[in-house]
Design a protein around this ligand. Structure first.
Ligand SMILES: CC(C)(COP(=O)(O)OP(=O)(O)OC[C@H]1O[C@@H](n2cnc3c(N)ncnc32)[C@H](O)[C@@H]1OP(=O)(O)O)[C@@H](O)C(=O)NCCC(=O)NCCS
Length: 272
């Protein structure tokens, strides 16, 4: 399934036709053809030429600005929007992944709780959020724990690692029909510089297609925990389709921190 190219905004079909020079139904070029054809049957070539020139001028006048703005817009978009790919992380990525985890996840959590859990150390936050040893994880790969990395592939530069998603396939409950099979989204991080341009969604879509192809029995039930104060990701998960499913409390630095359980159920995709 990987790598997955970053999806650019779709150009409307009518605009695409216009860019490659195919006239649309409301185009003056079409009117040119309609007017010229009957006139040419009667051999009236002067009126055909006059009519044709007039309509071609009209065509250029009405289409040129749109064509230019589309091209300009595309050029501006491709310059402003970096391109991303997602693929399985490798042992050599451990240092970059650790740095993202520490900076954009651990320290970010400590900062967002600095009023309520002021005294909490990074070690305490690590214990509450779940420590991740990326070197160990990548050395001893397993089918149950998967780590996908997000790379930014700006033209002219080497790909740089700017995010990751870590998930675990879990099972619980009685064997047989009542057994729960789900995918725990342990951690998703996009470095702060690249947020808000679709990279997080791309990682999430990569997780979904990875689980669907490797563990189809787990795809119908995705779960995660998110800190109550981590407002932006909470809203983002809701927009992706996750629903609130209860609270869990952890003691961090002597204060209580609440985590929200969120679930994404898709009975149609999950098979029991
Ligand atoms: C949660 C997180 C991974 C989201 O990553 P992101 O790259 O900002 O996510 P996206 O860009 O896909 O989505 C953010 C919004 O950007 C906007 N956006 C701007 N340009 C966009 C584009 N070209 N394509 C898609 N979305 C775009 C959209 O409004 C989008 O929201 P929506 O898709 O839900 O409507 C990121 O905020 C993060 O790493 N947070 C810190 C770590 C953390 O706390 N993780 C959660 C652990 S529980």
């Amino acid at each position: 399934m990987l790598p997955i190219p970053y999806k650019m905004k779709n150009v409307p079909f009518s605009e695409a036709l216009r860019v490659v020079g195919v006239p649309s139904l409301d185009s003056p070029t079409l009117w040119l053809a309609i007017v010229c054809m009957p006139l040419s049957f009667y051999g009236d070539w002067i009126s055909v030429v006059v009519c044709g020139v007039a309509l071609l001028v009209l065509e250029r006048w009405s289409c040129a600005p749109l064509l230019t703005s589309q091209v300009r817009q595309d050029a501006a978009t491709s310059k402003a929007q970096p391109r991303f790919t997602v693929c399985a992380a490798e042992a050599a990525d451990a240092a970059a992944l650790t740095s993202l985890y520490e900076q954009d996840y651990l320290h970010a959590h400590r900062q967002m709780h600095e009023k309520s859990s002021a005294g909490a150390s990074i070690k305490e936050w690590q214990a509450a959020l779940g420590p991740i040893d990326f070197s160990e994880l990548l050395m001893n790969s397993s089918d149950e724990v998967r780590l996908l990395k997000l790379e930014c592939i700006d033209d002219g530069c080497d790909p740089s690692l700017v995010g990751y998603i870590l998930y675990e396939l879990r099972e619980k409950g009685p064997r047989g029909k009542g057994r729960q099979r789900f995918c725990e989204l342990v951690n998703i991080v996009v470095c702060s510089k690249h947020r808000g341009c679709g990279a997080g969604r791309l990682l999430f879509e990569a997780l979904c297609s990875d689980v669907a192809s490797n563990a189809p029995r787990h795809i119908g039930d995705l779960r995660l925990f998110v800190a109550e104060r981590n407002a932006d990701p909470r809203a983002w998960y809701t927009r992706l389709g996750f629903a609130d499913a209860g609270w869990q409390t952890e003691c961090v630095g002597g204060s209580e921190v609440r985590f929200l359980r969120m679930m994404f159920k898709n009975e149609r995709l999950g098979s029991k």
